[in-house]
Design a protein around this ligand. Structure first.
Ligand code: PBG
Length: 326
């Protein structure tokens, strides 16, 4: 057994070439998914105050944005729709000419090679802001499933390459799989937001998507932050129902959950570095309090080191450049 002074761990850190040779984790632009918000109308590019550098685009401008994202080597985007009209049952979520369905068509036409994933949820489309149908003040699980599967199917019909349910209803993956298979979309994968926590880190997103619940909170369907064994049960359930990719969300405060899921399941694992994670770093960087580029690369690396294969991040665009020169 070698010991100090023969053993010197610093030997392999002496220069960048050595460090690169023994580096255990690398983030590649090909691991990233960029989240984007789409609004109705044309020629719109509205800055999101709570997320500096992010915008709500109308689909004409979003198609151009998508082309430049694809040119950076980012393989996929995930799309969130913000409709003009909201109602009790979120009917614009599954309208064949809804905001998202039109955006899918426009983007697919402009950039067919870019993988287009859609977030499947009702909260941006309901007047009460909850992720499902509200009955007697509570989100009704089984009634919501029908609307979610209609929504997912309408996305696939419009041309989405993958659907990503984020509602946290029980049974939604199965319901969506059946709806897709029943209409000839056997090859459309499902990326399930499997372990999605009721997190304050979604605050900036809710401002961006205008999806803050009008009463109560999401604690009766999203997971309780202190629980990690339960996350494994959520992942297990989604895999049993047919998920192709599973997700942990948020990412940075839940690295332990990412590691547990990675160690327990042999499925591709995505981690969503959410709006609050982005906003914290942006705000501090704007104050000059930290080195944004180094922080972001370190964060993304940590998320991969914890076990994620795929990272959904609002920093995808900037990271594509930073990772290329590093
Ligand atoms: C929709 C949804 C949310 C996020 C992704 N899909 C918001 C929420 O659950 O309140 C959050 C994404 C982010 O914060 O970046 N249900």
């Amino acid at each position: 057994m070698s010991e100090f002074p023969e053993l010197r761990l610093r030997r392999l850190r002496r220069n960048e070439a050595l460090r690169a040779l023994v580096r255990e984790t690398r983030v590649d632009v090909g691991d990233l998914i960029y989240p984007l918000f789409v609004v109705e109308g044309t020629k719109k590019k509205q800055p999101i105050a709570s997320m500096p550098g992010q915008y709500r685009f109308s689909s004409d401008l979003l198609s151009k944005e998508a082309e430049s994202i694809a040119r950076l080597g980012i393989p996929a985007i995930i799309l969130f729709g913000i409709p003009q009209r909201k109602d009790e049952v979120g009917s614009q979520a599954y309208h064949p000419r809804g905001v998202i369905q039109q955006a899918i068509k426009a983007i697919k036409k402009a950039t067919p090679e870019l993988l287009l994933i859609t977030d499947v949820c009702l909260c941006e489309y309901t007047s009460h802001g909850h992720c499902g149908v509200v009955v007697d003040g509570d989100v009704d699980n089984d009634k919501t499933l029908k609307l979610l599967s209609r929504t997912a199917l309408s996305h696939a019909q419009a041309g989405a390459d993958m659907v990503a349910p984020s509602d946290m209803m029980d049974g939604r993956v199965k319901a969506i799989r059946e709806a897709l298979d029943g209409d000839g979309f056997q090859n459309t994968p499902i990326m399930a937001y499997a372990a999605k926590y009721a997190s304050a880190f979604y605050g900036p997103f809710r401002e961006a998507a205008e999806s803050t619940p009008q009463f109560g909170d999401r604690c009766s369907y999203q997971m309780d932050p202190p629980n990690s064994r339960e996350a494994l049960r959520e992942v297990e359930q989604d895999i049993a129902e047919g998920a192709d990719i599973v997700m942990v969300k948020p990412a940075l405060p839940y690295l332990d959950v990412i590691r547990k899921v990675r160690d327990s399941f042999n499925y591709p694992l995505a981690a969503y570095s959410v709006s609050g994670e982005y906003a914290m770093v942006k705000a501090a960087a704007q104050q000059g309090w930290l080195d944004e580029k180094r922080i972001v690369v370190e964060m993304l690396t940590a998320i991969k080191r914890a076990g994620a294969d795929i990272i959904i991040t609002y920093y995808a665009r900037e990271a594509a450049r930073w990772l290329a020169v590093d």
